[in-house]
Design a binder for this molecule. Structure first.
Ligand code: ADP
Ligand code: MG
Ligand code: ZN
Length: 623
């Protein structure tokens, strides 16, 4: 099925065929009928009888269906004859006799409307040509729309892997910040390709494949490109989805072709991005996705097939490692699993610096602070933050981006743009002010909570009317039960403030409620933080890198208990938050008023007001 080679001639042939078809078609419609019709003269019946009687008619043919007589008449002074036609008045024996006696011949070969050649053309060749033409068109259409590749329908089963060589990507390991472990492992792979002897001497064999796993935007694709840039060997890059074809078996053919090419070019690296598209677990379902399974089977076979000594290394990337077929991830196929996790504080700072090199930025920017504020951001988000900062600088007519640009763009990336035209009513603004200060105050008053970084009540395009940004002091990898509870209390602080001040509740807390519930539930079902269930997991996380869906694994009764316990945990924290606010009511009022007036308040301002007030209070107490 690899007839790519005669594509050109075929195209030319197709064009000719189409042209010829069109010509014949037009001739047939407009020219031939006219020619033939013109050569047949229409005469009256009496003319026919006259010619008969003067023995000038040579041949006669009856077309009984159309009530027509065709006859030929001798043209005087030549040996040619003229074909004529006339209507039949009456098909009587007398007429037959009259023709017979005139010496004319009964014939059936008078060329009537179509020449025999024409009828052959119309009857046989034309349909064939039409089908051929349609076939060609269809093939072109399929080439464009279905296979996607430049080869088209006649090149099914050709892989469209792009070959990168050293210079073409231009991306080096130095362009990838953080991810030191991943870089180290990949550097070794590259070294193996460059100095195989060093490893062979000791008897170590080349790892056949490495699987990059991690959440989206952490630089998996980037790392692979860096490998391409560092390794001085051919680099094939293909995305898993490119193997997915409309027809069963085509994906498998593509895999075969890819590995054939790779074997020819060895030593080389093959990179399959988003491998979960083809590498999904095969399940026992009858009538499952045959095409995908065949493609996967072919991939497994190919990975077993080539010997490691040739130097074909397979890299693959995915953010759904748990959905991969176990056969694919076993040692011998993907020997190495390289985690590419979300960057830590240092990593974020490095990534920011790498991307800041691409824009003009003032020298006194403190990347450490930005990295701190952007906790949980992926590499892609950080790259986006830097770019947003540059855009913001341009918008405000400056030639360099500064600290404020970066800070604002964190919020843009996290919460969306400031909504210019949404004007909150005075009452709404007041409620939002109290709500946000409620969060902040509860957070600040609990010793284990992170201090507030910034509070704003400027509406964002994401729909948030305001938010409180908390920044962790340092990196946290463990969370104690108390810290989790304090977090829940902070989430409920917004609603608690509304209740306390306005004695009513609003829809503004829906996101808080969601997050508080999630945390409380996880404490009970996953972290073993309830007294009753001890260290039993009631829930398992399936999609760890993509949102982290959970599935319950317990009886219906236990589920009911879990629900009750979740409510109890949140309620306790909600009450705690209400109590904290009640105790600090004067501060709540003052801070809310300040936020209402200024719309944005930084962590420092917040703490200043909070502490000043406290001093005043303690002063009053001592007097
Ligand atoms: P994925 O892991 O989803 O494949 P990509 O590799 O496509 O993510 O990363 C998207 C973009 O994010 C990159 O082009 C790069 O600009 C940025 N990025 C992600 N991680 C890093 C990193 N560690 N260092 C520098 N830039 C990064
Ligand atoms: Mg990617
Ligand atoms: Zn809130």
């Amino acid at each position: 099925m690899t007839t790519n080679d005669n594509k050109k001639p075929q195209k030319v042939l197709g064009a000719y065929a189409l042209g010829a078809l069109l010509l014949i078609f037009l001739l047939n419609i407009f020219v031939f009928p006219g020619l033939l019709e013109r050569s047949i003269r229409e005469t009256s019946y009496s003319d026919f009888l006259m010619n008969l009687d003067s023995h000038q008619v040579e041949q006669v043919e009856f077309d009984a269906q159309n009530y027509t007589i065709y006859y030929t008449v001798k043209i005087p002074d030549s040996d040619r004859s003229q074909t004529c036609k006339t209507g039949i008045i009456n098909m009587s024996d007398e007429l037959v006799n009259r023709i017979y006696t005139s010496g004319a011949e009964f014939a059936s070969a008078i060329p009537t409307r179509q020449s025999p050649l024409m009828s052959l053309l119309v009857g046989l060749i034309m349909p064939a040509l039409i089908f051929f033409g349609i076939g060609l068109l269809l093939q072109k259409w399929m080439a464009k729309n279905i296979t996607g590749g430049p080869g088209g329908a006649m090149s099914f089963g050709k892989s469209n892997a792009k070959i990168y060589v050293k210079s073409s990507t231009g991306i080096k390991f130095s362009d990838v910040a953080g991810e030191d472990e991943a870089k180290e492992l990949l550097t070794e792979l590259v070294d193996f390709l460059h100095n195989p002897d060093k490893y062979r001497d000791i008897g170590a064999s080349m790892p056949k494949g490495a699987l990059l796993v991690g959440p989206p935007g952490t630089g998996k694709t980037l790392l692979a490109k860096a490998v391409a840039g560092e390794a001085e060997v051919p680099f094939f890059s293909i995305s898993g989805s490119e193997f997915v074809e409309m027809f069963v078996g085509m994906g498998a053919a593509k895999v075969r072709d890819l590995f054939r090419q790779a074997n020819e070019k060895a030593p080389c690296i093959v990179f399959i991005d988003e491998i979960d598209t083809i590498g999904k677990k095969r399940d026992g379902n009858i009538g499952g996705n045959d095409e995908r399974e065949q493609t996967l089977n072919q991939l497994l076979t190919e990975m077993d097939g080539f010997d490691g000594s040739k130097g074909v290394v397979i890299l693959a990337a995915t953010n759904r490692p748990d959905s991969l077929d176990p056969a694919l991830t076993r040692p011998g196929r993907f020997d190495r699993r390289i985690p590419v996790e979300l960057p830590d504080l240092q990593g974020r700072e490095d990534i920011l610096k790498v991307h800041a090199k691409k824009i003009k930025i003032s020298d006194n920017v403190n990347f450490h602070d930005i990295a701190k504020a952007a906790s949980g951001a992926s590499g892609a988000e950080l790259a986006n933050i830097v770019n947003e900062a540059a855009l913001r600088a341009v918008r405000s007519g400056r030639r360099f981006a500064n600290q404020a640009d970066l800070e604002e763009s964190i919020e843009v990336v996290i919460a969306g743009y400031q909504k210019k035209n949404r004007v909150l009513s005075e009452k709404e603004k007041l409620i939002v002010s109290y709500h946000e200060i409620g969060h902040a105050l509860v957070a600040a008053m609990q010793s284990n909570s992170a201090p507030v970084h910034k509070i704003t009540i400027i509406p964002r395009t994401s729909g948030a009317l305001g938010y409180t940004m908390q920044v962790e002091d340092g990196e946290h990898f463990l969370m104690s039960k108390e810290e989790l509870e304090n977090k829940i209390a902070t989430f409920t602080g917004g609603r608690a403030a509304e209740e306390l001040i306005f004695h009513s509740v609003t829809t503004g807390a829906s996101n808080d409620i969601e997050q508080a519930t999630k945390l409380a539930r996880a404490m009970i079902t996953r972290y073993g933080m309830s007294d009753e269930f001890d260290m039993v997991a009631m829930e398992t996380v399936s999609n760890q890198y993509l949102g982290g869906d959970t599935s319950l694994a317990c009886s219906a009764e236990t589920q009911t208990k879990i629900d009750q316990k979740t409510v109890a945990v949140v309620r306790a924290q909600h009450e705690k938050a209400a109590k904290i606010l009640q105790e600090n009511l004067p501060k709540l009022h003052e801070l809310a008023k300040y936020l209402y007036d200024h719309e944005t308040i930084t962590g420092d301002e917040f703490m200043e007001i909070l502490l000043k007030k406290q001093e005043a209070q303690t002063d009053a107490a001592t007097h």
